[in-house]
Each structure stands twice: as C-alpha cells, then as structure tokens.
Design a protein around this ligand. Structure first.
Ligand code: ZN
Length: 243
C-alpha cells in the first residue's frame, strides 16, 4: 500500500493542492494533525483532507486551540491572533470534523501521533534526547510524528532507547526494515527547516520504504490571501524562507 503522509497543513490550501497534485498515486492518506491555524483557508483545507481516500487524520494543538480546548495563552502572539481569526472563520461543519479527530492512532506497524507518544498533542520531539525518552513508549516498530515542522528521522541504536538523528535524503527512498524509527515528514503548509518548499512523504507499507519529498508551491499566492485576510504579516513573510 502506498500511503501519502502529510502533516501541519495549517490552512495553506495552495501548498496542500500542490502536494496532492505532485504525490502521484496513493492508496491511503495519513495526516498527522494541525489542519488549521496560521493560514488563510481553514474550511477549504478541512474539506479537501476529509475527502481523501483511506484517510487517517489526527488532531493537532492548533486544531484543539481553534476548538477552544486549549488555553490560547500558551501560544505566541502571532499564533494567538491567527487562532482567533480562524475561530471566527471556521464553519460548524469544520469544527465538528476537528472535534471528532483522535489524538493517536495505530495503523499496522505504525504509531501515529501529532507531537510525541508521551504527549500526543503537545510534546515537540526536537532532538534525539527527547526521542530517546519516547522510544520505550512505542509498541510498534515505527512511529510517525509531526508538530515541529521539520523533516527528520530518529533511529534507536540501543535497547534502552539511545538514538541517532538523521537528516532527510531526498534522492532515494529509505528502507525501514530492521530498525525502530521515529519519523517526521515535515510540514505541508509552514516548513521550518529553512526550505520554503512544501514537505511530505510517500510510505510504501509493502516494500517498507519511506520517500521524503519537497515541492515548490505558489508561496506568493498564499501570502496574498493571508494579507487580504489581515493575518499577522510575520506569518505571511516567514513562508518565503521556510521558517
Ligand atoms: Zn503545526
């Protein structure tokens, strides 16, 4: 089965459509949360995602904030402004869909969470030390996470969870066989690895390979929509440099 793995769309419909057009054929889609927040098209992104084939979709911290399930004071000012804007913008249908999303899911040999196995909505796996603390909690060989907006693989190298950090290789698919891994596909709608191209991955569950991909989308169009919506300028400008 070919699975399109996406995360952190953040209401960036232009980036999402570009990824979906670039991905080629796939049998299923796994979306690791944060469909909304930051970007200008929350309702359109939710409608697009929920219609995708074989979908497993998780809730992220921004989705929960829009639902009013998280105190906005934990977010920085620009994020708070964007969440408040999104709360005014979203339809009842969008809210109902987001409210029903799970925090974690298991799909075959894969554990799926937005943040981390330890705190599915909140914790950022930002380095191998945090990854190490999470490995013992993972009961499947592989765990997929989003939330940091940075594509990366953590590989367990000892039974107590010691691990290495591996940068994404865009040249060829990576075999998953025989290793315990925490894998982040990066962000569709707001990459934060100094690369503005939308990030996603193709997982082949039969061949057990992971293929990192990047694709340039029309950043200026998303920025234009954000400015028309009067979303914070910093959130629009950062898309141009992928941070
Ligand atoms: Zn996010």
């Amino acid at each position: 089965m070919r699975v399109l793995v996406i995360s952190d769309i953040h209401a960036n419909l232009v980036a999402l459509e570009t990824v979906l057009a670039h991905a080629g054929s796939y049998d299923a889609v796994w979306c690791l949360g944060d469909l909304v927040g930051y970007g200008p098209n929350p309702n359109e992104c939710v409608a697009r995602v929920r219609a995708l084939p074989g979908l497993i979709c998780l809730v992220g911290n921004h989705d929960k904030a829009v639902l009013g399930e998280i105190d906005l004071n934990v977010f920085n000012l620009d994020a708070r402004v964007a969440i408040a804007w999104t709360q005014r913008e979203v339809s009842r249908e969008t809210l109902a869909y987001l409210r029903a999303l799970p925090e974690a899911q298991q799909a075959g040999d894969f554990t799926l969470v937005h943040g981390s196995p330890r705190q599915p909505v909140w914790e950022y796996i930002l380095d191998r030390f945090i990854a190490r603390e999470n490995f013992p909690l993972i009961t499947t060989p592989w765990c997929l996470v989003g939330h940091t907006h940075t594509p990366v693989i953590y590989k367990e190298i000892s039974p107590d969870g010691d691990c290495d950090e591996e940068a994404p290789d865009y040249r060829r698919p990576r075999s998953l066989n025989g290793e315990r891994l925490i894998i982040n596909p990066g962000s569709v709608g707001q990459p934060r690895d100094n690369n503005p191209h939308a990030a996603y991955a193709i997982l082949d569950t039969g061949a057990r390979t992971w293929e990192y991909r990047r694709i340039l989308y029309d950043v200026a169009e998303t920025q234009n929509r954000m400015r028309v919506a009067r979303l914070p300028e910093r959130l629009a400008s950062r898309l141009a440099y992928g941070w």
